[in-house]
Design a binder for this molecule. Structure first.
Ligand code: 13P
Length: 249
């Protein structure tokens, strides 16, 4: 069975004080044992988050990484550095990276490979814009983003990914995809992955992201092909994020 994963993406938000608050709150609650929880914090908070959450089962992740291992790339952060600072997962291809920082499919693939080379779990983010959905291009866009990465990896590499479907029109807008809309795309992604093997498709965790909140998480997570959530805004409020984690159990 696929273990649900709830990942919080703080984006460029939060503070060391918030890291401490999360550490205290998570130390005091028992999370469902069958749910994996991860917090993707800004780079400077990685080590502090690892310490604050050290007594809990929550892992720490990063939000992006360089595609290069080291060198004269001012401002960049490598996979090995993330690993050394305690990250276990890293988001790759988030729509904000794709649109605001011009990361195309080739750039996304290079970052997935860099993460894999350092034993980080890449959480590959895919999703269509509202314009693409209205033009009935959702599957073409999403499956294109999937194939651009999975088609270029070998069998062992593919199995180490997590996929997050985040419709761009649902991110930070309060406009969540309906459970049926999300399930339809998740099923299409799983069908697409079946081309690489039934085992891969059956084992791959597919997260939903886009205005997931405490009050809509349960019905999204109840869908057969939704194996967790990638939570933005609600992951900055400890009670909301805890409630989402609990609803995945
Ligand atoms: P929101 O939950 O704020 O819509 O953000 C989703 C997201 O982009 C997570 O990566």
């Amino acid at each position: 069975m696929r273990m649900p994963l709830i990942a919080g993406n703080w984006k460029m938000n939060g503070s060391l004080a918030l890291v401490e608050e999360f550490g205290r709150a998570f130390a005091d609650v028992s999370l469902p044992v069958n749910v994996e929880v991860s917090l993707m914090v800004p780079f400077p908070f990685l080590e502090a988050a690892g310490r604050a959450l050290g007594e809990t089962s929550v892992t720490v992740g990063a939000q992006t990484l360089s595609d290069r291992p080291s060198g004269a790339f001012t401002g960049e952060v490598s996979a090995a550095m993330l690993r050394e600072c305690g990250a276990r997962l890293v988001l790759v291809g988030h729509s904000e990276r794709r649109t605001l920082f011009a990361e195309d499919d080739a750039a996304v693939l290079a970052r997935v490979k860099a993460a894999l080379a350092e034993q980080l779990t890449p959480v590959l983010c895919v999703g269509e814009t509202l314009e693409e959905r209205e033009a009935e291009r959702t599957e073409a866009v999403v499956l294109g983003q999937i194939e651009a990465v999975f088609g270029a990896l070998d069998e062992a590499e593919r199995a180490r990914l997590v996929v997050a479907y985040e419709p761009v029109w649902a991110i930070g807008t309060g406009r969540t995809a309906s459970p049926e809309q999300a399930q339809a795309v998740h099923a299409a992604i799983r069908d697409c992955l079946a081309r690489y093997g039934a085992g891969l498709a059956g084992g791959m965790r597919l997260l939903y992201g886009g205005s997931m909140k405490a009050d809509n998480a349960a019905e999204l997570l109840a869908q057969p092909d939704i194996d967790g959530g990638l939570v933005g805004g609600a992951s900055l409020k400890v009670d909301d994020f805890l409630a989402i984690c609990q609803s995945a159990g």
